[in-house]
Structure formats: C-alpha cells, structure tokens
Design a protein around this ligand. Sequence first.
Ligand code: AHR
Length: 505
Amino acid sequence: MKARATIHRDYTIARIDDRLYSAFIEHMGRAIYSGIYEPDHPTANAHGFRQDVLDLVRGLKIPAIRYPGGNFVSAYKWEDGIGPQDERPVRLDLAWRSKETNQVGINEFAHWAKDADIEMMLAVNLGTRGIEEARNFVEYCNHPSGTHWSDLRRSHGVEDPYGVKMWCLGNEMDGPWQIGHMEATEYGRLANETSKAVKAFGGGIETVVCGSSNDQMPTYPNWERQVLEECYENVDYISLHKYFGNSSRNSLNYFAKIEETGRYIQSIAGVIDYVKAKKRAKNDIYICFDEWNVWYHNREQDSKNWHSWDWPEAPALLEEDYNLEDAIFVGGLLNEFIRRSDRVKIACIAQLVNVIAPIRTLKGGPAWATSIYYPYQFASLYGRGTALNVAVDAPRYDAEAAQDVSYLDVAAVLAPDGKSITVFAINRNPDEAMELDLSLHGFNGLTLVEHKVMGGNSADARIANTSEAPDKVLPRDGDKLAIVDGAVKGELPAFSYTMARFSVS
Ligand code: AHR
C-alpha cells in the first residue's frame, strides 16, 4: 500500500492551545484514593500522595486538570473537603454508589496539582446546588483575604489564593442519570447566571458550559443550541464528551470512529456559529472536549459494581487494561484534536489514574503506564505549537462508523520556536505496511532527530500492559524512515503508530 502526503510551512490550521493535552480526575473508584493519594504507600510523600504516581504524571507534562467530577460533582458539597481531615464527614456518593471519606478536598488536591505542575480546572455542582455554592467556592479559592471564605481558606493554612481561571458549570446536565438533571433551557439559564457570578470575581475567569454527554443522546444537538441560546455571551467554551470501544473486535471500524468524532466536532462548531449569528454576538466560543477516552473492556462488570447497594469505599471501577489497538486509537484521536485545533482548544483525557486511565496502580503496590500513556505523552510533549495542514493521498476504506476513511491518519505540528516539526502518523491497515512519501515544503535542513513506533502486527492488537506484565506495549526506536532529497520516505508498518521529530532551519 502506498500513500503520499504534503505539508507546507505556511499552510497552517491554528496555533494549538497547550490545554489540548489536559486531563480529568474524579472522586470515583480508585482515581483519588489509592490512585494519587495513599498515605500508607511506601512512596507516599508527607502529604500522603504517591511519589511513583507523581513521577508518571509529571512525565506527561499535563497543562491542566479538571476536578472533582464528573457525575460525582452533581451531588458534591465541596465544604465537606476543607478543614481538619479527622473532622470531615463521610458521605454517600450517589453517582457511583460509593462512600466518600473527604480526606482529599480542594486544598489537598491543589497541593498535588502544584507539585505535579498542573493548572486546576474546577467544576461546580449545578445538580443539587447552584449559584450560591459556586460563588462561595470561587471566593474560597480565588479571593486574597478579608472575607469570610477567603479568611477561612487562610485559616486552613493556604495564605495565597489559587487564582483558578477555568470553571466548569456542572457536568453532563443533559443526562437523565445526572443527579439534578435539567431540561436544556432550564440549564442554559442557570449556567448563564452562574457564569456571570463566577466571572464577577475578576481575574480573567473562563467558563465551560455543558454540551451533550455524547453525540448519541436523543437531545443532541438541539441541547447545544438551546443551551447556547441562553448563555452564549457569558461563557467561553462548550463541553463535548465521548467514549469509545471496540466490542465487535473490528479494528478498522474502531479507527473510523475518529472520523465520526470529526463530524461531532464539526456539528458543534456549526451550532456555535449558528447561535453566534442569530444573537449577533461579538464573542467566540470554542470547544472543550473535557472527557474522552476508550471505555469498554469491563463495562458490563463495572455497571454491575456501581449499581450495587454496598456503598464501598474507593472500589475498583473502570480499571481498563489498555492494549496496543487502544494505543493506536488514542494516538489517532489526538491527531484529530490537532487537526481541529481551530475549534477545540481544551481536551481532557478521562481519566488520569486507575479509572479509564493512562496510569494504573495497585494499592500498596506498584504504579505503571498503560499502553495509551505513550501516544498521549508524545502528543503532549511534541504536539505543541502550530498545527499544519497535511494533504493526504492514500487508499481508503468504508466502515460502519464512517465511509471513505483514509488508511493513513496523520497530523503535523510546527514547534513554537519554528525549529522542529513533529509528524504523528498511523497506518490503520491491519495487514499491509504502507510506503510513505511525505513532502515538506518551506523547510530547509530537514534532519530526523527522533523516531518512535508502536505496533507493527495486528496479531498483537490485544496485548496489554497489566500489573503482572506492565511493559508489554512500549514504543521502540523506528528505523524505516529516512530523508531522501528533502522528503520523508520509508515505511509505516501495518497496524502501527509513529511519532517522528525533525529539526528544520
Ligand atoms: O469519566 C466517567 C464518567 O463518564 C464521568 O463521571 C461522567 O461525566 C461521564 O459520564
């Protein structure tokens, strides 16, 4: 199979917002407890956070993290998580039918995020609570001193305000499963008023209004239209969520779901443009894809677990052993975000530790990187700068999820200093290697500096990194690409992901 691709330095898509490589973590399953926080763990630091997990997190260079939920946030009382830990109430978490001990609250999490060098993006509860709770939470976090909530924070040992800039206005409020679910106009009005209150604190706060829980919801995309008609001028982003799976074990169809996601993004961009025009608005709204990932390996069992009435404390939920195929899929989805970086400014892998996550842990035991850790890491490290258009001429296929899909999935990013270009390329073909001819125009002195490959054989599709064998799926150095007459030529192995970095002058 042969493919040609062409890039020109001047044919740009957009400046990529670094926050495209953000993450999400929820008080759910073992994401927080025995995920990032485990005071009895041998690697725990003085604040009870696992150092081994922190090291893996730092390796991802995550710009921002959404917290504390998720469905959890819709019945959460943030005040339960402040003050002396031994005086905090234990509550029932209605979203995941678990017991929440509140040993980690906003101040512990902020400490962890600072240590991990990640900016916080906080969600307020618009399910069981509302404007009053949101304004108090912002005052506690962001006001310097001299008021009830800011002085309370200082009395809890946090002298300087956090200055949190990004606030999410609830979570998946279109979902009937959500505690406090609302109709679109009802939610749109509440989001509008909450956003105004939150922004009244100053400091350049940005807000994210909830779009649909996914593009299969019966109210999609009317939900987005109705919500935005209520709040367009007062919010900055609209959220998209989507989870993926391959229960039918059809890799090509699985990969085609990335094209389906492109259509999802395009449709919401259309709704944004429609509402902007209708309202004669001057401001622009962008997409915050604040939950995305592969979630299907244990869905049946998980659903049974979170519907039990045992109310366990930090149960193992949604702990996926990701395989090679999932890693290739995640690399492709990140490519799509790069290609749509004109509209998608923030995206959060959901979630970060243990729950559908790139990082897993055993309680009292080791932490390890799942297969999807690596494409996410490569995109986060080298996918910053300017997204370049890639004109692709490659064989195509039809699948149930999308028609006329290219076997070559590629994205290219010019670094902020203009001195290097990174190409992320996937050969989706399970059986055949792809002979690639990639011309790069407008660049001189092209030199290959790093070339990593994952996969190469679809028979390995379901090999995963597990607690027993955490290093089964790893990137390796590639040796099949070379620069010939100023173009990149060579082979993309069948069923593989490639990250290639070039220095340019
Ligand atoms: O990430 C797991 C859950 O998926 C989140 O709590 C919710 O927002 C979504 O449905």
